[in-house]
Design a protein around this ligand. Structure first.
Ligand SMILES: Cc1cc2nc3c(=O)[nH]c(=O)nc-3n(C[C@H](O)[C@H](O)[C@H](O)COP(=O)(O)OP(=O)(O)OC[C@H]3O[C@@H](n4cnc5c(N)ncnc54)[C@H](O)[C@@H]3O)c2cc1C
Length: 462
């Protein structure tokens, strides 16, 4: 049986249990031909909209039997070509699996299906006094967040998705279903399979259930925006705050170009286009006051020109919405342009060198760019704009991306703090981990997916 006959065999067998939810419609296939990235799109042969674990299991067993590629798809917001089905086959869309299956208020955990978004989960939890803190600036699925080891603005206090997943249900490449982890807050009971699948980018298994840790909505929340004369001053403030051990909930950096973009896009009034920190404090009213006073004193020591409070929920939400919209604000700076974004993360003590170095390299390149970052974790993004449909412009943008990554690696950092490897960052994997560690990773892949059907071409350069 050749490759196209194998695909036909899968499609006709899967139709028997999925009906119209196994689509070969061209528009639907185009919607699954890449994510929020700049890779040349590839059409999958079919798109399967799964609704149950059993369907996922039956579909994978079929694809395994016939050697047909399967690319799991959440919301398609990933940035490194993760969902581009480079070898065709089936794009397996999990976005219709949206049930919240359990909420255990006493233990503060929940069990959900992978297509639930964090926005939907938090709307569901709001009147229970709990929330789920991991907040990427996109409308993505929690299954996709697990698969990319995502984080967001709250990670500095509450951790990334890795720290907030207690267990998973995973369908393996051959259709077997396993459960990993459990409901306890700690366990010393064998290999940590949960963490193996977190960040595996759909290359080791398909996540069909996620058990999450939840957190109590803090009694008091207060936000502040502080503006600085220089980028160095803003970053040195962050480093000192982190080294002092103040439990800030969020600490985000926007450079002058990003601030200008946000002021325009989100109509932020009362701020200048200067390096800026957005901060948030959670805790009891007294703890929040105390943390904020210490942080304000540190910021003033580094020459902060202003430290503006936002205690009203409406004003806070407006500010954080502007922060979450930073990517779109940057892209809107130049109509007809698209963006790629770096994702370097460095040890906190090297953050100033990394950010200031990235800014200088970006300026030298002559390309329009903005820096925004989850700086409390040492993670920042340089959004690089290039003219749409201009391969040369895109190549210049990638050259800048690679130069900034090289600077980050030289400082003991990583090419990706949260976006993942996908297609775009494969070249750095061996450099970061070494040949032996990479061989172990390949061995794990071969053991769990011996026919190489799960998201082939991603993570490793074959
Ligand atoms: C404007 C914008 C802002 C962003 N901000 C952030 C941010 O702050 N932090 C951050 O971490 N990321 C951010 N991202 C990147 C992106 O949103 C995350 O990578 C997100 O986790 C992807 O989720 P998704 O549902 O869109 O997954 P997709 O893009 O659909 O898939 C991502 C990867 O996960 C795999 N996958 C998806 N679902 C499953 C599943 N159920 N089982 C197994 N594998 C699966 C796919 O095969 C693919 O490899 C941002 C993106 C945009 C466009």
């Amino acid at each position: 049986m050749d490759a196209s006959e194998a695909v036909e065999a899968v499609i006709s067998a899967a139709r028997a249990f999925m009906g119209d939810r196994l689509s070969v419609n061209r528009t639907v296939r185009e919607q699954h031909s890449r994510g929020e990235d700049t890779t040349p799109p590839t059409l999958p042969d079919a798109v399967a909209f799964a609704e149950t674990t059993e369907e996922v299991s039956r579909l994978l067993a079929l694809c395994h039997q016939h050697g047909v590629a399967v690319t799991p798809f959440g919301a398609g917001t990933s940035l490194e070509g993760h969902v581009n089905p480079v070898r065709g086959g089936v794009s397996l869309d999990l976005s219709r699996m949206t049930a919240v299956l359990e909420v255990n208020e006493e233990d503060m955990d929940c069990l959900i299906e992978p297509g639930v978004t964090r926005q939907a989960l938090n709307a569901f939890l709001r009147d229970k006094g709990m929330f789920f803190p991991v907040d990427p600036g996109s409308h993505c699925t929690i299954g996709g967040m697990c698969a990319t080891r995502a984080s967001g603005t709250n990670a500095v206090r509450y951790g990334t998705i890795r720290e907030n997943v207690l267990g998973l249900e995973v369908v393996l490449a051959d259709g077997r279903v396993i459960e990993t982890g459990g409901r306890t807050r700690k366990a010393s009971n064998g290999y940590d399979l949960t963490r193996l699948f977190i960040g595996s980018e759909g290359t080791l298994g398909v996540i069909t259930k996620v058990r999450l840790r939840l957190h109590g909505i803090p009694e008091a929340v207060s936000a502040a925006v502080s503006q600085f004369p220089t980028l160095e001053a803003a970053v040195e403030t962050v480093i000192t705050i982190m080294q002092t051990g103040i439990p800030v909930a969020r600490i985000e950096l926007l450079d002058d170009d990003q601030m200008e973009a946000c002021i325009r896009y989100s109509k932020l009034t009362g701020f200048a286009a200067q390096p800026t920190l957005f901060l948030e404090f959670h805790g009891s009213p007294a703890a929040v006051r105390e943390q904020a006073a210490v942080v304000e004193a540190i910021a003033r020591d580094f020459g902060a020109a202003s430290f503006a409070w936002a205690t009203e929920a409406e004003e806070r939400n407006r500010l954080w919405q502007a922060r979450h919209d930073a990517y779109w604000a940057a892209v809107a700076l130049k109509p007809g342009h698209r963006g790629i974004t770096t994702d370097v993360c460095v040890p906190i003590s090297r953050l100033a060198e990394a950010v200031v170095g990235a800014k200088a390299t970006a300026k030298d390149s002559g390309l329009t760019s903005c820096i925004v970052g989850h700086v409390g974790d040492g993670n920042f993004h340089c959004l690089i704009l290039f003219p749409e449909n201009d391969p040369e412009g895109l190549e210049r943008a990638w050259a800048l991306d690679r130069a900034i990554v090289a600077q980050g690696l030289a400082l003991g950092g990583t090419c990706s703090g949260e976006h993942g490897i996908g297609l775009g960052k494969r070249e750095f994997l061996e450099q970061e981990h070494g040949a032996e560690a990479l061989a172990v990773m390949r061995g794990l892949k071969a053991s769990l997916d011996p026919r190489g059907i799960l998201n082939p071409g991603k993570m490793f350069r074959n």
